[in-house]
Design a protein around this ligand. Structure first.
Ligand SMILES: Cc1cc2nc3c(=O)[nH]c(=O)nc-3n(C[C@H](O)[C@H](O)[C@H](O)COP(=O)(O)OP(=O)(O)OC[C@H]3O[C@@H](n4cnc5c(N)ncnc54)[C@H](O)[C@@H]3O)c2cc1C
Length: 499
């Protein structure tokens, strides 16, 4: 994606999270220049930021997010891996306990780029910095929009921090712009800014139950050997708890437990271990118990909220809200970074087709809402979920696919693609056949691993564990995977990256 020329003035992007960075890249193809305004200090490295508190929790880039990022920043996958991100083939490199049992391990053409969120943002930010059209304005907070004639926005008001000033801030100043994108995340103040300009509030959808998450980083046990890289214990309709362990840069594990029903999350390592012991399978508990904590347990509560800006009759043109400010999905149900990348591609596509002509705002709001719809529907938890015959049949269909997925790789692939794209399980002939077929084998009760789980113990040689050469497919046919992970001994505490 290169410079499309044209030159359409100056664009401002509010927020340097993933939604802001990718939107800035899309805008840079059309505008003369783009300024990314960020409240935080932006370190030249994967530094922690106050403005992105969720960065302490496990983050992964799905195949869709990665492919979209490659369109915006060719070669970014390579950059991420070089910076320390770990590529996890799904489910080949992953032990995955699906809603109805363990999934077989096979090549589904999917992968997860697993890394600390700070590393992901920094790698993308670095690529954007190389674009001569893009300027970063860190430590500046946007506080208001500047209205223009006939429902337009002509800039933003910003202020910096000043400890010597009575209110702790520098005086406000105006930054003029022909196009403004609000990508300031869950804390977006667009509703207040628009209200100040006399616009009606956007209708909101709020998913009733919040989910709580607790996350910590660990050093794997010294000499740890496993034939998998990641572990995911998914929730079921009856048990909303879930647990995951993903490898991140520096040979560490990022471990997250989600309660799914809003109950208070674990806040220390003892509580986290207790919560891990209560999950659907003891493997996560076993792994975490043997590992060394590298920092505190961070917890957070999330709710799914969507603002329907597309439904407003009156809205400023040349102004757009995207990212978590448009819709923040519970990460158990939605991949916010995937959506952020897709929004940027929508922006790029529509700017290619229509430029920044009058009326573009309306088209963009509708197109973003259209992209978001299936993800939102898939993520709406129980109280908001539709009832009725059609919905009941849909759930029955999904549960049959989940059951078939434990023994049939095609059904597993379908389940995983659905989870990745957040679209309802499509009723294609192949899928219908899978859902209606009486399945032959019972779901395996042990993880498909030669190195872990009760099955593995029986097979494990008495000698010190060597890297395994294959995994069971769950159908009783072992085959090589080449996915063994021999975890290095953790570096001495002083050399470890700060969690
Ligand atoms: C627990 C948890 C786990 C998650 N895991 C995943 C995952 O595995 N995969 C995935 O795809 N997604 C995940 N997400 C979602 C993901 O974090 C977000 O969707 C993603 O960060 C995109 O957000 P954003 O860019 O819109 O906002 P953010 O990343 O929150 O960035 C917003 C930025 O705007 C800045 N800002 C705010 N207000 C202003 C202002 N007034 N002026 C200037 N700057 C401002 C902030 O400082 C911040 O830098 C997870 C979320 C949570 C809560």
């Amino acid at each position: 994606m290169g410079d499309r020329g044209g030159g359409h003035g100056h664009a401002v992007v509010i927020g340097a999270g993933l939604a802001g960075l990718t939107a800035a890249r899309a805008l840079a193809g059309f505008m003369d220049r783009v300024t990314v305004i960020e409240r935080d200090w932006l370190a030249r490295g994967p530094g922690r930021r106050r403005g992105v508190p969720q960065a302490r929790h496990t983050h992964g880039l799905t195949t869709t997010a990665h492919q979209g990022l490659e369109k915006l920043f060719p070669g970014i996958g390579h950059d991420l891996v070089r910076a320390g991100a770990v590529r996890v083939r799904v489910p080949e490199d992953m032990l995955l306990l699906g809603p109805a049992g363990w999934l077989p391990r096979f090549d589904a053409g999917l992968s997860l780029l697993s890394a600390g969120r700070d590393l992901i943002d920094w790698t993308v930010r670095d690529r954007l910095r190389a674009d001569p059209k893009v300027t970063f304005l860190p430590r500046q907070e946007v506080v208001a929009l500047e209205p223009g004639p006939q429902d337009t926005v002509t800039g933003v008001w910003v202020r910096g921090r000043d400890r010597t000033a009575p209110d702790g801030h520098t005086p406000r100043r105006l930054i003029a712009a022909e196009f403004v994108v609000d990508a300031s995340g869950r804390a977006s103040r667009a509703p207040e800014w628009l209200a100040e300009l006399g616009y009606a509030p956007a209708p909101e959808s709020l998913a009733a139950a919040g989910t709580t998450y607790a996350t910590s980083l660990y050093a794997p046990p010294v000499g740890h050997v496993a034939d998998f890289k990641s572990l995911l214990l998914m929730s079921t309709p009856d048990d909303p708890r879930q647990g995951m362990l993903h490898p991140v840069e520096g040979g560490r594990w990022s471990v997250t437990i989600g309660t799914g029903d809003g109950t208070p999350p674990p806040t220390d390592h003892t509580e986290l271990l207790r919560a891990a012991a209560g999950l659907r399978h003891p493997l996560l508990h076993e792994l975490v118990e043997a590992a060394t904590p590298l920092g505190p347990v961070y917890s957070c509560r999330t709710v799914s909220r969507r603002r329907h800006y597309e439904r407003l009759r009156r809205f400023p043109d040349q102004f757009l809200v995207l990212g978590d400010g448009l819709a923040a999905l519970d990460p158990a149900h939605g991949h916010g970074m995937t959506l952020a990348v897709e929004y940027a591609l929508v922006l790029d596509h529509l700017l290619t087709a229509h430029g920044t002509a009058v009326g573009i705002g309306h088209r963009l709001r509708r197109a973003l809402a259209h992209r978001l719809d299936p993800a939102w529907r898939a993520g709406a938890p129980a109280p908001a979920a539709p009832t009725g015959l059609r919905a009941r049949l849909g759930r029955r269909y999904a549960s049959r696919i989940a059951a078939a997925a434990t023994t049939d790789p095609s059904a597993a692939a379908l389940l995983l693609h659905t989870h990745e794209t957040l679209a309802p399980t499509a009723a294609r002939p192949r899928a219908l056949r899978l859902a209606l077929a009486p399945w032959r084998a019972a779901a395996p009760t042990t993880p498909p691993s030669l190195t872990h789980g009760p099955e593995a113990r029986r097979r494990r040689p008495a000698a010190p564990a060597a890297p395994a050469i294959g995994v069971s497919t769950g159908a009783g046919r072992p085959r090589p995977t080449g996915s063994s992970a021999h975890w290095p001994a953790p570096a001495p505490a002083g050399d470890r990256p700060r969690p």
